[in-house]
Design a protein. Sequence first.
Length: 174
Amino acid sequence: MVADGKVTSVPLALELEDTAVASSSDAGTATRRTTSEPSKAIIVIPPAHVDERRDPPPPPPASHRRTYAAVIVTAGTLGIATSVGFGLSARSKYNQARNRCGSSEACPDMATLDQANDDVRVAQRRGNIATIVGAASGAALVGGVVLWLTAPHGVAVSGSASASSAGVTVSGRF
């Protein structure tokens, strides 16, 4: 029964012809009494629990995974750019070492040979740095993309019902 917008107990009158009569109190407990004549009993059915809130549920807590993914992808992109820079620098240094001794690759003197060997070592070091930074940055890019794609979108779907209406609520971030 609905009174003033609230669901209340519903009294139900039954005529019983048996010698047992069921009755209940306001607290919802049932008792049994025995009579020798037919009588009437009133059974009170307590109301079902109805959530009367009409506001949609709050959206789920925000996930920071997309923010972390964006930071990781940015760092990976900058790392790739750094790797390319070191690779170009290594190539330039190696070409400089080759040019010191000419196209015959036989250096005219020991001082030029020492400078060329130093340039080659610097080129190798920069090439190794480029390789390591490039590999780590590539892994960061892949990890960031995976993190972005697997991040929750924050969509919540819930149903609501009251004594006078029913509905479905979709809330969240898209």
